[in-house]
Design a protein around this ligand. Structure first.
Ligand SMILES: NC(=O)c1ccc[n+]([C@@H]2O[C@H](COP(=O)([O-])OP(=O)(O)OC[C@H]3O[C@@H](n4cnc5c(N)ncnc54)[C@H](O)[C@@H]3O)[C@@H](O)[C@H]2O)c1
Length: 407
């Protein structure tokens, strides 16, 4: 083991990292590369060999195969959870008891009931809690969100988020007993929270219509799904997820408003294209299916996936004792919406989003409604015609007649 005092002069927060899989690696890479003052100082893996190797790779002074030891390590003040979904509960409860700040990956829990209980646990112990929903922090999403909040596209009417790839990289994802579900719980959680950020977190999600099916893989969970989530303003959030999409990983979102539209591609087709004639076997990007021919690499993966901005927000929030942009409350709402997705996929009907705890606004929620043209008319449409004249289509308020005028 390395010298445990090594980082004592320069380190602001010392982290116990739980998990040495894909996300443990991405998180550690982000923390060590970008915001140098926070360091992983203890890593846990159920395999001592993997923990040791990970510690060596990332210059981490302590490693262990004992989760309790990692969580309770006296040198650390923050616990980052990068374990399979069914282990989040145990890790969160232990970290709350230890009085540490807790940052948990997505999904927060196996279902809404478990997520609410975990929210109540961290609040009971008064510990900092952050929900590591990185895709709400991608540079493009943050910019788009700022534009939406500034009113650039008017009131949000519709969002669409799609996450599709050829399927997850580890056995436990494919077993609903360990993961809580299939593509919905794995990928839908991202799409739901992106839509919720655009529509407004104080706007209540009301009901869900979902199709989900197991089309290709020999598993008990869904490998494809589409859902519509209806919000209190009337806005609709469409999510599309697939574990059987071929050709890499698609991450894209759109948000439409009464006065504009935004469309973001975060992966696969981002304007970075490369052709490789031979088969080099070199890594290209997460879930890329090919290493030759036309390739779609990503410049800085942890930045493009939002991890950099996410951890900056989390640790700044810890320093300032404020809530981060994504907290366990948000994780709980997402889990509750996913429960409604599963209920709807089963019943084939609209199903309510059950939120025993709701902290959004009940008042001042503006329903989407038409724009006034003048005292007597509602505006329907304005268009410049090929002859250069501008036409408006209006509805007369009193008679409800629809008319057109050239202006
Ligand atoms: N974009 C994201 O935010 C993102 C991306 C990938 C994964 N995740 C989440 O991160 C978590 C881990 O996913 P991953 O991709 O790193 O998975 P992984 O399979 O790559 O790694 C999982 C880690 O947990 C350990 N583990 C597995 N089963 C265990 C058990 N029964 N007891 C103790 N340890 C066990 C493994 O050894 C490994 O260290 C999941 O909750 C997943 O949803 C989030």
């Amino acid at each position: 083991m390395n010298n445990p005092q090594k980082f004592s002069q320069m380190t602001r927060h010392r982290i116990s990292m739980l998990g040495t899989g894909l996300i443990g690696m991405f998180y550690t890479q982000t923390l060590h590369q970008h915001r140098g003052q926070d360091r992983v100082t203890c890593v846990y893996s159920r395999s001592r060999d993997k923990a040791q190797k990970f510690a060596g790779d990332w210059d981490i002074p302590r490693y262990t195969d004992d989760m309790d030891e990692a969580i309770n390590h006296p040198d650390t003040d923050v616990v980052v959870i990068g374990l399979p979904n069914h282990l989040h509960k145990e890790a969160i409860e232990k970290a709350a008891l230890a009085g540490k700040a807790i940052l948990c990956t997505k999904p927060l829990a196996m279902n809404g009931e478990e997520a609410l209980a975990l929210l109540q646990t961290v609040e009971k112990y008064g510990v900092f809690h952050g929900y590591l929903e990185d895709l709400c922090y991608t540079p493009k999403t943050l910019k788009a969100l700022a534009s939406v909040k500034a009113g650039s596209i008017g009131q949000v009417t519709w969002t669409r988020a799609r996450e599709a790839h050829p399927g997850p990289h580890s056995d436990w994802f494919w077993d609903p007993g360990q993961s809580g579900g299939g593509a919905i719980i794995d990928l839908g959680c991202h799409c739901i929270e992106i839509g919720r950020n655009y529509i407004g977190k104080n706007v209540r999600p009301i009901e869900v219509m979902c199709w989900a099916d197991t089309l290709v893989k020999p598993i008990k969970a869904e490998d494809n799904a589409i859902a519509l989530i209806k919000y209190e303003t009337g806005a609709i959030s469409q999510i599309e997820v697939s574990w059987t999409f071929r050709g890499g990983m698609e991450l894209k979102d759109e948000v439409a408003g009464t006065e504009g539209t935004i469309r973001c591609d975060h992966w696969l087709r981002t304007g970075f294209e490369m052709f490789v004639a031979g088969d080099t076997g070199n890594y290209v990007a997460e879930k890329a299916e090919s290493e030759s021919g036309w390739l779609f690499p990503v410049g800085d993966e942890v930045h493009a996936l939002g991890y950099t901005h996410m951890f900056t927000d989390m640790f700044d929030a810890i320093d300032k004792s404020v809530s981060p942009m994504e907290s366990f409350y948000d994780g709980y709402i997402v889990n509750a919406i996913m429960d409604a997705c599963y209920a709807s996929a089963k019943s084939k009907k609209w199903e309510p989003v059950k939120l025993p705890e709701w902290r959004g606004g009940e008042e001042n929620i503006k329903k989407i409604k038409p724009r006034e043209y003048d005292d007597q008319h509602w505006m329907i449409k304005e268009e410049k015609m090929p002859d250069g004249k501008t036409k408006v289509i209006l509805k007369v308020k009193e008679t409800e007649e629809i008319i057109q005028r050239f202006i």
